[in-house]
Unconditional design. Structure first.
Length: 134
């Protein structure tokens, strides 16, 4: 399993980039603006991860700025943690055997996902994995 990125929803892209880039020294690797979906994705890498991030697109921080969002409450700003795995079915089976309730399916833009269902129904308590090896 390889760590890909963690996604954080942000209310102010300017303030967040100031924190991560100006204060912590992260660097912007990629930016995508989607006017139809009304969001911007910005991928950042830590200074010592730049070579790896540019070669493998990992490890990264993904900032998601939803243009029309009026603020996040109750932990809604945490989005997901992404991993690349060799076999999504083996991972899901192992988690199910450990008592996890797994919901999974194919998402055309990103491959297979699995989510650990939570009794809290909080986005911060969900886990996501991607399988780009299919």
């Amino acid at each position: 399993m390889r760590f890909l990125h963690t996604m954080i929803r942000v209310s102010s892209l300017t303030d967040t980039l100031h924190f991560f880039c100006d204060l912590l020294g992260c660097q912007e690797i990629k930016r995508t603006e989607n006017s139809t979906g009304r969001y911007t994705l910005v991928y950042l890498a830590a200074p010592e991860d730049l070579d790896t991030a540019e070669q493998y697109a990992a490890p990264l921080i993904e900032l998601t700025y939803n243009w029309d969002e009026n603020g996040y409450a109750g932990g809604r700003n945490f989005g997901h943690i992404a991993f690349s795995v060799n076999n999504i079915y083996d991972i899901c089976d192992r988690l199910k055997k450990a008592g996890m309730v797994i919901k999974y399916g194919l998402y055309p833009h990103a491959g297979w996902h699995f989510y650990r269902a939570s009794s809290e129904r909080s986005p911060a308590s969900a886990a996501r994995a991607l399988d780009f090896t299919r």
